[in-house]
Design a binder for this molecule. Structure first.
Ligand code: ZN
Length: 332
């Protein structure tokens, strides 16, 4: 458990290890980072490190003692987790936490509380928590989790040690996706489009996304033939499928990934390609274009993404892009 999470967030675990070993834990931590970066798992791990009766090397929870087991099953009396009740964390939730903590040490003096989505506290809840944070007791550790640190009151932030969780690397995400049952052919492309495991899992089961990939490959194929046909393909396929701005953006990302793959194939780095379902077709395409041309096309796609975010009309933007991608084509 420690080792797996250490692979995911090496800096965070190094910091926690040092703090535990030197007995210098902060009274309050704010774990901030995107969904799926291990914040909750690491807060649980830290709780176990603090309560474990037989920690390995003094900091790695043994996972087998009574305390570790109770924490894993969510029923250790000195550990509390507060999560939003509906859309927000309400004042009464923080108050009952405080009441719980005023009954000093059910079993020991040490207590840990974790607030999940701390940015969703109501103003009243946040003010209650603030009072709580202002009067820390030696043996209490608060762990606030958030995906949006900028939404947390500065007065609360200033009382926490802020711990930033980094995005998952694509390789790490690919491995996680495969562990969760996503096929080895699909995982690499998904890991290019998100660095969140849950989002990746959604994409892997998303019929829209599966179709999006084949529409993008088709568009590239037609592009190689002639401009008129490509414009027709835009009308007949692309615009029906990529409607919202985020969808168009994802479509453009997919175009970009094809071009990158073609470049990798040309450079003999097939192992870095991500469009594995289409690899044999892409190998054909790669033979018929040049690196220079691919670079030019990638620039054009990046430019289209920029224009999309500047709210250019998507229809116009795609038509321009198709013409741009055609430019200099020698395969008519
Ligand atoms: Zn233990």
């Amino acid at each position: 458990m420690w080792e797996t999470l250490e692979e995911m967030q090496p800096n965070v675990l190094k910091m926690l290890k040092n703090s535990i070993q030197k007995g210098r834990l902060a009274h309050a931590y704010l774990f901030e980072g995107m969904r799926g970066t291990g914040k909750k798992e690491i807060s649980l791990l830290l709780s176990k490190s603090l309560f474990c009766t037989n920690p390995i090397e003094g900091y790695i929870p043994c996972e087998t003692c009574h305390n570790c087991k109770r924490i894993n099953s969510g029923n250790h009396p000195d550990i509390h987790v507060v999560e939003p009740d509906g859309a927000s964390i309400k004042k009464h939730q923080i108050q009952s936490l405080q009441e719980e903590f005023s009954k000093t040490g059910v079993e020991s003096k040490r207590k840990v509380y974790t607030i999940v989505h701390a940015d969703r506290m109501t103003v009243n809840a946040a003010n209650s928590l603030l009072k709580f944070l202002e009067e820390p007791t030696a043996e209490t550790t608060a762990i606030l989790l958030t995906e949006q640190a900028q939404q947390i009151l500065p007065t609360i932030l200033s009382r926490c040690q802020i711990v930033t969780f980094k995005h998952l690397s694509p390789d790490h995400l690919i491995q996680k996706l495969i562990e969760k049952g996503v096929s080895e052919k699909k995982a690499p492309i998904i890991a290019q489009l998100t660095n969140n495991l849950d989002e990746g899992l959604l994409l892997s089961n998303d019929e829209w996304f599966a179709q999006a990939q084949s529409i993008v490959v088709k568009l590239y194929e037609v592009l190689r033939k002639n401009p008129l046909e490509a414009l027709v393909a835009l009308q007949e396929n692309w615009f029906l499928h990529f409607k919202e701005k985020e969808q168009i953006d994802q479509g453009l990302d997919l175009v970009l990934l094809i071009l990158k793959d073609l470049l990798y194939i040309q450079l003999g780095k097939q192992n870095q390609a991500v469009y594995l379902d289409e690899s044999s077709r892409l190998e054909q395409f790669a033979l018929q274009t040049s690196g220079q041309r691919l670079a030019h096309q990638m620039t054009a796609v990046l430019d289209a993404k920029r224009k999309l975010h500047a709210n250019m009309n998507p229809q116009l933007l795609m038509e321009q892009l198709v013409l741009e991608l055609q430019e200099g084509s020698t395969f008519v």
